[in-house]
Design a protein around this ligand. Sequence first.
Ligand code: PLP
Length: 268
Amino acid sequence: VKEVARLIKEANKHNAVAKTIDGFEVELIRGSAKSRKRLLDLDGWELLTLHIDTILELPKRLARECGVPAEEISEGIKSESIQSCGVLEIWLKHFNNNVHHPVILVPGSAHYSWQKAAAIIGIGSAHVRKVPLDLWGRMDTTALGKMVEDCFQSRTPIMSIVAVCGTTEEGAVDPIDFVVQMRETYRRKGFDFWIHVDGAYGGYLTSMVRQDWEMPPVSSVEGPLISHAAYVPQDKTVVSQHVYQQLKAVRDVDSISVDPHKVRAILT
Ligand SMILES: Cc1ncc(COP(=O)(O)O)c(C=O)c1O
């Protein structure tokens, strides 16, 4: 998703997306100032740090405002994608003078499949940066804050921050709510990143919350552990205050992966 704006710009250069998008503008946020700029004039840094929602709405807006059908966009961007060009061509062509190589931030506890995936798709396992953990085995918020600020200052796009909901070894749940809040702060500076929750191990718990997410406020629940009818199986599922708050924050992230079979194996 982070790549879509760049892909559309490239596809337009090669006539794969109609010239009618010449005057098409997107919103840029820089501090308290909001401005509009032609999509075709955005540089590499701007393309990779656009607000996620701005990127997601591009196909619909292009269809509505420029009459470019969604199929034309998805066809047009295929030839510019990492899958067709390879990462090397993309970075040599577009980004080496303007921005640093993008990174993915994961907690020190992340499953080894993250490095594997980064290696396979060509981002490179060395660009998966590990955030140190706190004594609870969760992503350390101070360290994360510093790493994000370093990326911002050095013009290193963050493709995604991964927060784990149930680490493989410890079952620890990262501070998802903190990551969401931090993203809001950086969005106001014009620096956006995707948030993914790796709930392969513990994410299924999220789907066990009932009552359309109308969970009671944490302050109304006493004690360090919560057993509440909002969960199924009722009164048997107990989660900590921390987990409770993180499950609530999952609705504000961009994607989540869940392996329901893993929880089933534990429950039965
Ligand atoms: C937290 C976490 N993420 C990712 C994975 C990888 O999941 P899969 O085996 O579905 O690729 C696992 C597997 O145990 C995991 O525990």
